[in-house]
Design a protein around this ligand. Structure first.
Ligand code: URA
Ligand code: CA
Length: 432
């Protein structure tokens, strides 16, 4: 087989066979196929698209390019959750212990943040002593004993995706639905998921800016799931404004603790219950999402969820006393309020730009090797739809520098205040 023929075939809009897709993925991973041929194929896929079968074949070829986590020693159905990425998305920190509190095994591999989005692993590292590097044996033991472990992604999963993603990033081919869908699904499958709940974000702060695009991505992933025997459901959720109130590592841990105690922001709580009830049903612990939701609410009210979180921190070396005293989390030196300049209703909050401001404060990384400042970030005091009076604080800046003049203008540009009140939709659609 010759790579040039595979490229030409896709360029001309024909369907690639499973063997051709495997030939490309294996050859590219082994460095027998050079970047210039891989980029030509990525561009051909970008313009010609892929059928559902090609997309499933690409997914499985990428799964086979590296290590696969075997979770068969963990009893029960392993349901994983994936979010397509957002700003201030604290969902995993709440969802994982909450679902585990119902006896459902959660064996989760998470990533670090890059650019305007944060990562669960960085957030967990704001808890003193917590370790994210855990051996595979210990990972499995922890889940069998406590139903919950969250660790940093191992280095050997889906090397084909790592190479492809880096190449797409510099060749203008990231935004292709079959390539995004296979990239995400390959990582979940390699990490051992039996079933997958996808949180596909829609809006200015997300990859997919419109509901139509997000729905197409979600449908593509649900179809991959059904073709490869992993039951997959997708929730389209809003990311036109940040989720919850906190953006920043320790600030989000505090928000997660509040939410697990039943005192979290309304939107974060609602999204967690929506995603969680799908996970409970996929695990066969409830036969309807309505029953599942009640079980999850009870786990919050009874304290089972926050207890599960404490045990999880203890098990991975973390200081679980932060649950009762969140001031033990890293704190920023300065707290600065940003007052509204007029009366009205908040009608827009640009999530993407707030993520960038949080990164500029030190909460995120501009490049992979940046060291992050765990205590800094932003806390929204007003969300879309809220009334606001001139002089009331829109947002609190947590900074380790006293002067934040450079970001104040940018922060104001993230908020629109209007005379009319509008109410944002949090859950746009469910795809089952
Ligand atoms: N996230 C991924 O994991 N892969 C993509 O291709 C895009 C977003
Ligand atoms: Ca948040």
């Amino acid at each position: 087989m010759r790579m040039v023929d595979v490229i030409s075939k896709k360029r001309d809009g024909q369907v690639l066979s499973k063997e051709e897709i495997q030939f490309f993925v294996t050859g590219y991973t082994n460095e027998q196929i050079p970047d210039y041929q891989a980029s030509a194929l990525a561009m051909a896929i970008f313009f010609q698209g892929m059928t559902a079968q090609e997309t499933a074949d690409l997914t499985l070829a990428m799964v086979d390019s590296g290590e696969k986590i075997d979770l068969s020693e963990i009893a029960g159905i392993k349901v994983d959750k994936h979010s397509t990425g957002g700003v201030g998305d604290t969902t995993t920190l709440v969802l994982a212990p909450l679902v585990a509190a119902l006896g459902i095994p959660v064996a989760k591999m998470s990533g670090r943040g890059l650019g305007h989005t944060g990562g669960t692993i960085d957030k967990l590292e704001s808890i003193a002593g917590f370790h994210v590097e855990v051996s595979k044996e210990e990972f499995i033991t922890l889940v069998n004993q406590n139903q919950l472990s969250v660790v940093a992604q191992s280095g050997n999963l889906t090397p084909a995706d790592k190479k492809m993603y880096a190449l797409r990033d510099v060749t203008g081919t990231v935004n292709s639905i079959p390539m995004i869908a296979s990239s995400i699904m390959s990582k979940k499958i390699a990490a051992g998921a039996d079933a997958i709940v996808l949180d596909v974000k829609v809006g200015a702060g997300a990859f997919m800016k419109t509901k139509e695009e997000a729905k197409q991505l979600a449908e593509t992933m649900v179809t991959i799931g059904s073709k490869v025997g992993r039951k997959t459901v997708a929730v389209l959720s809003d990311m036109s404004q940040p989720l919850g109130n906190a953006i920043g590592n320790a600030l989000e841990v505090k928000e997660a603790i509040d939410t697990l105690k039943g005192q979290g922001p309304k939107d974060l709580t609602e999204l967690v219950l929506t995603l969680g009830s799908q996970m409970v049903v996929l695990s066969n612990k409830a036969d309807t999402v309505e029953k599942a939701r009640v079980m999850l609410q009870q786990a919050i009210q009874s304290g089972a969820a926050i207890e599960k979180f404490k045990t999880f921190l203890d098990n991975q070396g973390g200081d679980s006393s932060v649950v009762d005293d969140p001031t033990k989390l890293p704190q920023a030196a300065f707290k600065i309020e940003i007052p509204a300049l007029q009366n009205g209703f908040v009608s827009e909050i640009v999530a993407h730009d707030l993520g960038t401001v949080a990164m500029m404060l030190g909460a995120g990384r501009a490049t992979k090797n940046d060291v992050i400042d765990l205590g800094v970030g932003l806390v929204l005091n007003k969300k879309v739809g809220d009334p606001v009076a001139k002089g009331e604080s829109l947002i609190t800046v947590y900074s380790n520098e006293e002067k934040v003049d450079a970001i104040i203008h940018k922060l104001y540009s993230c908020f629109t205040i209007s005379e009319q009140q509008n109410h944002p939709t949090l859950i746009h659609e469910l795809l089952l």
